[in-house]
Ligand binder design. Structure first.
Ligand code: UGA
Length: 432
């Protein structure tokens, strides 16, 4: 099939590359000409395992091209995915300016039937607006369909998530739109849920909100564990084996960050309010998540007593492992809070240092975890990169001025570290 993806961000690039890999002819469009020029040279602006190779392979086979022209893309594609950003406005509302803009541009350039698919995460009823916008701007009486096809891929495992999804959700209003999307996804052999457009839009917001709720739930439990001397990891294991609950997204720690959960929760709370429902549950989820950053800072303060003038070695900047993304990352808030209190910061991350340089000031960026530990009074782990799980702790102990580890993702075994002589402080791992 000839398809185009408007918006070459995270979701757009992965979707485009994967559809090309499945044998389609794909045009990835972006209005940022500099970005398009880089992509044409094979330079991928984000770090995502396997993406660069996938793009190179499909560009080589002439199934994937990059362009800054919506006009060309619309002319040459029967199915057009909209994957532009929907950032948060100050009150949490999703900014849909990009979506409207693209919808207008598609309408102005349509030469025959087109299926326009929302891929970006959008509030319910956006599909209605996209339909109205296209009807308003389309030149002649050209037929079109609008569909919603939310994406559930995770950063860091995006290609695998796209190729092996738990389910594909397709929100449509016509058999033609349904058939086109079903045939596009057929090679994936995954369960397909066909709904109306509004249900599909709500499925996306609800899924992210539910996962965020699981995380905040276990983080709330971690606070009780700390108070009474229980271990939240054991609690999560005991809960997670119940098939109705499931073990995933029950890791207590620094809480969620990234470009999706924080923004989508805000947008869901906002759209619910507009529809006349006060989504208190999600407000609490958000509050617990934000509080988790302060909770970690307070743990450090309690352990060090005086923070001013002390050095904290921070391991991990990205909001989760296997990505260089630091958007809404807990690390940034925690580092700033420590600096506010007068701490000096050494920091190491395998991928995010360049991005962090733009948002962090007066921080010593290190080339490896050991350089970060040198002369520090506290080692703080905020992101659970694999390389942090396998540190040489004898060496770490020698390098630190004081053998204190604050494990913000519960990746270590307290007894093991205590045996070596560390003071271990985890999240909900007992009285700390
Ligand atoms: C999330 C969803 O998982 C995807 O399904 C969705 O497609 C995507 O948002 C999106 O809407 O685009 P992502 O933000 O890439 O994906 O990352 P996740 O792996 O879901 O992690 C989100 C945050 O939750 C991370 O900061 C992670 O550290 C945190 N987390 C996750 C926990 O604190 N505890 C857990 O048990 C699991």
């Amino acid at each position: 099939m000839n398809i185009s993806i408007i918006g070459s961000g995270y979701v757009g690039l992965v979707t485009g590359a994967c559809f090309a890999e499945l044998g389609n002819k794909v045009i990835c469009v972006d209005n940022d000409e500099a970005k398009v020029a880089l992509l044409k040279k094979g330079i991928i602006p984000i770090y995502e395992p396997g993406l660069s190779e996938l793009i190179k392979n499909n560009v080589g086979k002439k199934r994937l091209i990059f362009s800054s022209s919506i006009k060309d893309a619309v002319k040459n594609s029967e199915v057009i995915f909209i994957a532009v950003g929907t950032p948060s406005l100050p009150h949490g509302e999703a900014d849909l300016t990009g979506i409207e803009n693209v919808a207008q541009n598609i309408a102005l350039n349509m030469t025959g039937y087109r299926l326009i698919v929302e891929k970006s995460t959008v509030p319910v009823e956006t599909g209605e607006w996209v339909k109205k916008t296209i009807s308003t701007y389309v030149k002649r009486n050209i037929k079109f369909d609008v569909a919603s096809n939310p994406e559930f891929l995770k950063e860091g495992s995006a290609i695998n998530d796209f190729m092996h999804p738990d389910r594909i959700v397709i929100g449509v209003e016509s058999n033609k739109a349904r058939d086109l999307l079903v045939s596009l996804y057929k090679p994936l052999n995954a369960p397909i849920v066909v709904t109306n457009i509004k249900s599909a839009e709500i499925i996306k917001h609800s899924s992210n909100a539910f996962l965020a709720t699981k995380i905040s739930f276990i983080n709330a439990i971690s606070k009780i564990c700390d108070k009474v001397g229980a271990d939240v990891k054991e609690v999560a294991q005991g809960m997670g084996l119940d098939k109705r609950i499931g073990p995933s997204f029950l890791n207590a720690g620094a809480g969620y960050g990234g470009s999706c959960f924080p923004k989508d929760l805000d947008a869901f709370i906002n759209i619910s309010e507009k529809m006349g429902y006060d989504f208190n549950l999600l407000k609490a989820v958000k509050e617990i998540n934000e509080d988790q950053r302060e909770f970690i800072f307070q743990k450090i303060k309690k352990s060090l007593w005086i923070v001013k003038g002390k050095t904290v070695a921070v391991l991990g900047l990205s909001f989760k492992p296997n990505t260089d993304d630091i958007r809404s990352a807990p690390s940034i808030d925690i580092i700033k809070r420590l600096q506010e209190e007068g701490a000096k910061i050494h920091v190491y991350d395998p991928q995010s240092i360049e991005k962090a340089k733009a948002v962090l000031d007066k921080v010593h960026f290190c080339k490896d975890p050991y350089e970060a530990c040198k002369g520090a009074e506290c080692l703080l782990v905020i992101t659970e990169w694999n390389e942090f799980k396998e540190l040489d702790f004898i060496k770490v102990k020698k390098l630190l001025k004081r053998p204190l580890i604050v494990d913000g993702r519960n990746i270590y075994e307290p007894q093991k570290l205590e045996k070596i002589g560390f003071t271990y402080v985890g999240i909900g791992r007992g009285k700390s």
